[in-house]
Design a protein around this ligand. Structure first.
Ligand code: HEM
Length: 438
């Protein structure tokens, strides 16, 4: 299917009313997932709570409805939505593989519903207070500058580099491993493990891929268990030690299974989405020179830099859609949803809603309601690592624009490909050239 994302303009804003017919479009289509904005627009306009029969899910596309779902975690269960997504219909077989070869099956406790969720959520929040994140900034800046300089060396003489796999991914893996206290790690392995975990909520995994991914998750779990055992014997100043020895608000401790699931969540959530965000940053800088100029003009202005990061997250949100499930019949945006309706909350479409954000496809870091984007979600499940992610993106943006020039795509934009998943919109690779700033 050919989808144009621009078309005619209205008041200077791209609109494209006739490009998509909802009847034959589906999020299962990789071309649509790669260029989804015209589809989101059609959904919001024609059928804001739309049943995608290929996906077997309800797509929630309007900003207002996205927020309604996220603010009601009881009616729209995160736990049930996540479980129904997990392992792509092969859950029992997946669980058996993990029980047999992976040290156990450890359900994701952070994806529980309140009140069980609240108990573990409070623990994680302590690790990501604004104060703690601020104290990490100098060390993280040093790590990021190291990656920026290394890539500038490699890109000398016009050599093509990959902004995703040579830069964004190893950089974010390095930062989260530092936080967790994982000294020895193989970034490529962690990237493969992350891909295996996130594939479970991709909706695009067949049985063969599920089995391969389950094997990788077994490896990941053995790695985590080893790290945890080490901290049980020798506690240190790091996040794995904090989780292994954590006391919950009720004075209790985490079970072993809960701690494994939280360390796993930190490794995966800590690198996957942030790497996507930094890949998106490079994409925008390479394709929109005026945005690169805005960033260049903002490097000495902390407030402007923060606004730049928010607008980047609004315009190119790494997380596209996550699942929830209704626990009873409920009306949403004029549509009656049955009990156990599997819902895909389209954060990306919420961020693109023209009734909320004027000229939504336009990068405008001065927009008045910039903080109201939903790239990190809303409500009790709102991203717990948002302050760390924001800081990483801000530091990367600032140091890149200070040190690199002439950032350009090395292939036509139409040849860029995205990971096969409905959950995120992540570039698979970003071939680019750059030079060192004089
Ligand atoms: C730009 C980077 C990131 C983006 C866009 C992002 C986005 C999100 C979103 C949309 C959610 C789900 C909210 C919901 O259910 O409605 C979420 C949850 C979560 N994120 Fe992030 N995230 C990012 C970085 C991080 C980092 C760096 C960490 C940790 C180191 C992290 C840890 C988590 C965890 C643990 C949850 C589950 C929270 C809960 O259910 O209570 N994320 N994130």
């Amino acid at each position: 299917m050919q989808i144009s994302e621009t078309g005619q303009t209205q008041g200077g804003c791209p609109i494209d009313h006739n490009a998509i017919s909802l009847a034959d479009a589906t999020m299962a289509d990789p071309v649509l997932r790669a260029h989804p904005n015209a589809y989101y627009e059609a959904l919001r306009r024609e059928d804001p709570v739309h049943f995608d029969d290929k996906l077997n899910m309800w797509l929630v596309s309007r900003y207002e409805d996205v927020v309604t779902v996220l603010r009601d975690p009881i009616t729209f269960s995160d736990k049930l939505g996540y479980e129904a997504m997990y392992a792509s219909g092969y859950f029992e077989e997946f669980k058996q593989i993990l029980d047999r070869d992976g040290g156990g099956f450890f359900p994701d406790v952070i994806k529980d519903d309140p009140p069980a969720h609240t108990r573990v959520r409070r623990l994680l929040e302590k690790a990501f207070t604004a104060h703690r994140v601020a104290t990490l900034e100098p060390a993280i800046t040093e790590t990021i500058v190291g990656f920026i300089e290394k890539l500038a060396d490699r890109a000398q003489d016009g050599t093509v580099v990959d902004g995703v796999n040579d830069f964004a991914v190893p950089l974010t893996i390095s930062v989260i491993c530092e936080q967790l206290g994982i000294g020895q790690f193989n970034a490529e392995k962690i990237q493969r493990w992350s891909g295996a975990v996130t594939a479970q909520i991709s909706k695009m995994q067949d049985r063969e891929a599920m089995i391969e991914n389950a094997k990788l998750i077994c490896e990941l779990q053995h790695f985590i268990i080893q790290e945890m055992k080490d901290r049980e014997a020798n506690p240190r100043e790091d996040m794995i030690s904090d989780l292994v020895h954590a006391k919950t608000d009720d004075g209790g401790t985490l079970t072993f299974a809960e701690a494994v699931s939280l360390v796993r969540a930190m490794i995966i959530a800590g690198n996957d989405t942030t790497a996507t965000a930094i890949g998106n940053l490079l994409f925008v800088l390479a394709t929109q020179p005026e945005v690169a100029e805005t960033l260049r003009a903002s490097v000495d202005d902390e407030r402007a830099l923060n606004r730049f990061v928010e607008e980047l997250l609004r315009l190119e949100p790494p997380v596209r859609g996550l699942a929830k499930m209704t626990i009873e019949e409920v009306e949403l945006g004029g549509t009656k949803l049955p009990k156990h309706a599997h819902v895909l909350v389209l954060y990306a479409s919420g961020n693109d809603d023209e009734t909320k954000f004027e000229c939504p496809r336009h990068f405008d870091h001065t927009r008045r309601n910039i903080a109201q984007h939903v790239a990190f979600g809303v409500g009790v499940h709102r991203c717990v690592g948002a302050s760390l992610a924001r800081m990483e993106i801000k530091v990367a943006a600032c140091e890149i624009i200070k040190r690199w020039d002439n950032i350009k795509l090395a292939i036509p934009v139409e040849e860029l490909t995205y990971l096969p998943t409905v959950a995120t919109r992540s570039l698979e690779r970003l071939p680019m050239t750059l030079s060192r700033r004089a």
